[in-house]
Design a protein around this ligand. Structure first.
Ligand code: NAD
Ligand code: TYD
Length: 338
């Protein structure tokens, strides 16, 4: 029976991944280690109450004692999702990003060695590779040079370097996945897709940065999670796998698709001041993950967006709770009180 240790499993992607493990593996044991920051949401795990294979531990990955206590001697796979993940917040202040994303990753690597974890799976991002030209036919590959442009991306790049060093120096079995922009249920509504859905649902304007022509490569969250599991099971130690669904979209196109699906006027899209240092285009070449791991996305953009919009419509209480408290303060700082 495989033992899993998941960090950040109360967040958007981590909670989808925990659910995938429990769905796919009838016999398994999952320890879910999460600090429950503003982005960590116990609501994301409420349907797992009473699930004997899942144990939630509240703890900070920067605390070596807490990590060692929670990490048993027989962990097969450690999946590292926990992070500060929002670019705009990293522009406000990078401090927590350095603490959690850099220091926290090193604490986990040290603990994984001490506890003889069989494999360390590090969840990274395409943003470590910087920005591509708007109209050129170039793509991020696993060999693209690092060129992080935001404090968030820089902290994730540093984390990846530490993972690489743990593999190279100490022989820790590590695999890295680098994915593009995820969308799907349970994403904190500070990110573009859930922000657009929840604002449009409330007939509020949807802020579009700059000229709205920045390109992101979108993937449905469950498809990303399946790629991470495939990398754990079939990936080669020390390798990086870029994960993408060949789905480039301009931001304005994303917002308009959401407004159309909700039957709202496109005039709700509101151009606002651009993000400083805003990366122009991300686009992933997923040839390696497809070839080596036999992974393919299951959802199209249309089917994934339909599922996503339906989930937020069916979970108005989740949205209302997520949009209270800290979110309201951040929203007022970022976009001005409305
Ligand atoms: P999220 O912000 O929704 O969740 C992050 C989780 O980590 C939260 O539950 C939070 O409580 C927890 N956490 C934060 N600091 C912690 C700490 N010090 N100790 C323990 N737990 C802590 O993020 P997400 O969108 O689910 O992203 C998960 C991972 O995937 C991140 O590493 C991110 O860099 C990566 N990633 C995200 C995307 C995306 O589009 N969202 C794309 C590629 C890669
Ligand atoms: P985001 O969801 O923050 O992800 P990332 O910055 O990691 O790509 O943003 C996705 C894109 O949408 C990015 O180009 C910034 C843009 N954006 C807006 O235009 N308006 C918004 O209110 C937000 C949050 C993002």
């Amino acid at each position: 029976m495989p033992n899993f240790f998941v960090t950040g499993g109360a967040g958007f992607i981590g909670s989808a991944f925990v659910r995938l493990l429990l769905d796919e593996l009838p016999a398994c044991d999952v320890v879910n280690f999460d600090a429950l920051t503003y982005a960590g949401n116990p609501d994301n795990l409420s349907d797992l109450e009473g699930e004997a294979r899942h144990r939630f531990v509240r703890g900070d990955i920067c605390d070596p004692r807490a990590v060692l206590d929670a990490l048993g001697e027989a962990t097969d796979y450690l999946f590292h999702f926990a992070a500060e993940s929002h670019v705009d917040r990293s522009i406000e202040s990078a401090r927590e990003f350095i603490r959690t994303n850099v220091l926290g990753t090193q604490v986990l690597l040290d603990a994984a060695r001490a506890r003889r974890v069989r494999r360390f799976v590090h969840v990274s991002t395409d943003e470590v590779m910087g920005s591509l030209g708007e109209d050129d036919a170039t793509f991020f590959t696993e060999d693209s040079p690092f060129a992080p442009n935001s404090p968030y991306a820089a902290s994730k790049a540093a984390a990846e370097h530490l993972v690489r060093a743990a593999h190279h120096t100490f022989g820790l079995d590590c695999v890295v996945t680098r994915c593009g922009n995820n969308y799907g249920p349970r994403q904190f509504p500070e990110k573009l897709v859930p922000l657009a859905i929840s604002n449009a649902t409330a007939d509020d304007p949807v802020p579009v940065y700059g000229d709205g022509r920045n390109v992101r490569d979108w993937i449905y969250v469950e498809d990303h999670c399946r790629a991470i599991l495939a990398a754990a099971e079939r990936g080669r130690a020390g390798e990086v796998y870029n994960v993408g669904a060949r789905n480039e979209r301009r931001n304005l196109e994303v917002v308009e698709a959401i407004l159309d699906a909700l039957g709202k006027p496109r005039s709700l899209a509101r151009f606002v001041k651009d993000r400083p240092g805003h990366d122009r285009r991300y686009a992933i070449d997923p040839a390696k993950v497809e070839r080596e791991l036999g992974w393919r996305p299951r959802e199209t953009w249309e089917s994934g967006l339909r599922k996503t919009i339906r989930w937020y419509a069916d979970h108005a209480d989740w949205v209302a709770r997520a949009r209270s408290g800290d979110y309201r303060e951040f929203y007022a700082r970022q976009y001005g009180a409305s």
